[in-house]
Every structure is written in C-alpha cells, then in structure tokens.
Write a protein that binds this ligand. Structure first.
Ligand code: PLP
Ligand code: TYF
Length: 398
C-alpha cells in the first residue's frame, strides 16, 4: 500500500532550518526560523525557567494524566496574563480555557471547534499570514478567505483595503488577526485601527480569532494585549490562541493556550465542553512540563519578576537590533529606504528583496532567510551585523 506514496514538500521554514544545519559555510547565519537568539547567537533557557524547573524537580509528585483542558492553575494564570487579572470576561466567567500543545495546537483545536460550531463559517486570514495558518486551519476543513493586509510598496498595513475587503465577510465568519508582532511582516495594527476593526466586527457579526504568539516581544506584556483586551471588552464572542514558545522560550516543550470567550458563563461552559471533546479525539490531553513551568513562574512573585525582566531584555534587544540594522544599512549610502524596519514589531520584517536575491544571500554568504524575504531580526547580533549588511547591500548592487 505504501509503495505508491509520493514525498511531500517539507514545511518551508523548518525545511530551511534543516538546510542551514547541513551548510558547512563557517560564516553561515540563520535568519530564517523565528527563534530568539542572544548576543552570542544562542537560544538559551531563560533563568526564570531554569529556576522553575529546579523547583518542579523537587515538588512535582506525579506524572499521572491531566485533563484534556490541562491544569486549572495554568489556565487561570494565562487568562490573567492575556486578558489582565481584572478583565470583565474573567469576572463574569465568560471564558473557556485549554492548555494546548503550543500555539499550533491551539490554532488547530480552534479550527476543529469552528468546524463543529458551523461548517459554513469561513476564517478570514491576512495576506500574507504565517504560512502554517493555512495547513493548521485548512487541515480541519475550514474554508479560508483572505483579506489584504501588508502593502509591500509602503511597507505598512493597507488598512483601508483591509476594511473594504472585510465588507464581503458574512455574519458568523471568523476574522483571524495577529495580536501583536505580525508574522511575517512585523506590521501591527495601531490602537485606532484595532478600534475600527472591533466596530466592524460588531456591525457585521464577525467573530475575532486572535493569534497572539509574541506577547511581550513587541511593546510590552500589556501593550501587546491591547487588541485582545479591547475586543473582549466590546464583543460577545471571540477565540484567542496564545503561545509560550517565544516569551518563555519554551519552543520544544509545546506550550500554548486556547481561550473561547462566550456571551455568558453557561455558553462558555458549553463551548468548553465542545472544545474538550475535540481535544479528546485528537491528543486526549496536552503535554505537562512546559505549562507546569509557566504556572510556577506566574504564581511566584520573585520568578515572575525575573521572567518579566528577562522578557524585557529580549524585547529591548530586538528593538535595538532593528535600529542598528537601519542605521548600518543607511550608512552604506545605498539609495533605498529601510527605515520601516525600525517602525515594525517583533522578530520579523520583510526586506523587500527578490527571491533571486534571497537565493544569492544563501548561496554566496550562507545567510538563510525565508523566500518571501522575511528576516528574523532576532537572529542578528553585533558581531554578525556588518557581515549581514555588507551581503545585503552587495546583493542589492549587483
Ligand atoms: N502563531 C504564529 C503567528 C507563530 O509565529 C507561531 C510560531 O511561533 C505560532 C502561532 C505557534 O507556535 P508554537 O506552536 O511553537 O507555540
Ligand atoms: O514563523 C516562524 O518561524 C515560527 C516558528 O511549522 C515555526 O513561527 C515555523 C514553522 C513551524 C512552526 C514554528
């Protein structure tokens, strides 16, 4: 039966990461996969995570199964982190929460939940969006529609076109938004734009579905949650998928959360039971370790403080790398404006170079970025900045 099977293409981003590992160029530089790197080019375990793991080693008393929804305390701490401890949806109990295997698990379970609610509901995604959104949502059978988002000429959000296109959405459709640090463009909605999208959702009966994989890496933990909190203030229903991969550096531990906000506590409980049913039929229950770390950190004042300081240091380093990158490119005298990189948020921006130029960077310099010209700014450091800028300018001048 298997002899007729054809090989399928790899995930383009993870495939690039594997290709980088095999490259023998001593100068090679990985700016592909979205993983934070420190000044030495390493992705270290955060100190607060280490502390929590040490504590868990002593206090953890069982490896018995947990519930499909994960642990009560993790879900509570994550609700407080994402919505703010005093948010009305928490007070009114209008929220169902599930600990999930990463943000990917949250997205897929959201898609399964949507299909179970109404198979006719479409999910509208930005053009472009994170490449994985398509298989994660489409794999559940959800209909995907696209709205224009990033203007490659102006290097910012084409907001009018976005709003105009969403006029074609139907009541009960879901609107996938990136909570902060848009992947792949780094171009985020500002507060007025979030307000306008919230009004659009209210007027048209659209349900926001916010993917927030980078809380704390854009402008700050609360600042980055502005859109989520505003929409939850105003609209009766929404989905929020979050990830602890980046802000806790827990990538391989597969730690995320899915929240369903509903009109009242009873509806939230019913929606939760539907979600947990989907979870049971997929993986039964989430892995424990990453969530146990997060719950330990967020429940301890000292560790929480330390984690926030470490997160702030990562955020500030990314901001300063963005600034330095623009300064260094400008200093070469090249007749091209890259200042937008400094205005954008999170790990990623588009360089706006052609696929041929992307290929040349890889072939001639061992510099790996995604074909779309998405660069992981957080993969740069002081030592490699000049190498990268020289290569970029060289390729642009050819
Ligand atoms: N959503 C977006 C936009 C992402 O960039 C990522 C990856 O980091 C995720 C979700 C989920 O990642 P993970 O499954 O590693 O938590
Ligand atoms: O976009 C990125 O690089 C990150 C990491 O299947 C990632 O979000 C990439 C691909 C993937 C899972 C995570």
């Amino acid at each position: 039966m298997f002899e007729g099977l054809k090989a399928l293409p790899q995930d383009p981003i993870l495939g690039l990461m594997m290709k980088f590992r095999e490259d023998t160029n001593p100068d090679k530089l990985d700016l592909g996969v979205g993983v934070y790197k420190d000044e030495q080019g390493n992705t270290p375990i955060m100190e607060s995570v280490h502390l929590a793991e040490q504590q868990l080693l002593i206090t953890e008393s069982t490896k018995s199964y947990i519930a499909p929804a994960g642990t009560i305390l993790y879900n509570q701490r994550m609700r407080e982190l994402v919505f703010g401890a005093d948010h009305v949806v928490l007070k009114e109990g209008r929220i169902a929460s599930a600990q999930t295997p990463g943000g990917c698990g949250a997205l897929r379970m959201a898609a399964e939940f949507i299909q179970g609610c109404n198979a006719d509901s479409a999910v509208w995604v930005s053009t472009p969006t994170w490449a994985n959104h398509i298989p994660l949502l489409g794999g559940a059978g959800v209909t995907i529609k696209e709205y224009p988002y990033y203007d490659y000429e102006q290097n910012n959000v084409q907001f009018d076109a976005m709003l105009a296109s969403l006029e074609a959405a139907s009541a009960g459709d879901f609107l996938l938004l990136h909570g902060c640090c848009h992947n792949p463009s780094g171009a985020d909605l500002n507060q007025e734009q979030w307000q306008a999208v919230t009004e659009l959702c209210a007027r048209k009966g659209l349900i926001p579905f916010i993917d927030m994989a980078y809380q704390g890496l854009g402008s700050g933990l609360d600042e980055d949650a502005y859109g989520v909190r505003l929409m939850a203030d105003t609209l009766p229903e929404m989905l929020v998928a979050t990830s602890c991969s980046k802000n806790f550096g827990l990538y391989r531990e597969r730690t995320g959360t899915l929240f369903i906000v509903a009109g009242n506590a009873e509806q939230a409980a019913n929606a939760g039971s539907q979600l947990f049913n989907k979870i049971r039929s997929h993986y039964s229950m989430p892995p424990s370790h990453g969530a146990a770390i997060v719950e330990t950190i967020l429940s301890d004042t000292g560790m929480n403080q330390q984690w926030q300081e470490e997160l702030q240091a990562m955020r500030q380093r990314i901001q300063s790398l963005r600034k330095m990158l623009v300064q260094k490119i400008t200093a070469t005298g090249i007749d091209r404006d890259f200042s937008f990189i400094e205005q954008q948020f999170g790990m990623f921006s588009f360089l706006g170079i052609t696929p041929q130029q992307v290929a040349q960077l890889q072939r001639d310099y061992g510099i790996y970025i995604v074909d779309s010209s998405r660069v992981n700014v957080a993969g740069l450091n002081d030592d490699r900045m000049d190498y990268f800028v020289n290569a970029l300018v060289e390729v642009l001048r050819r």
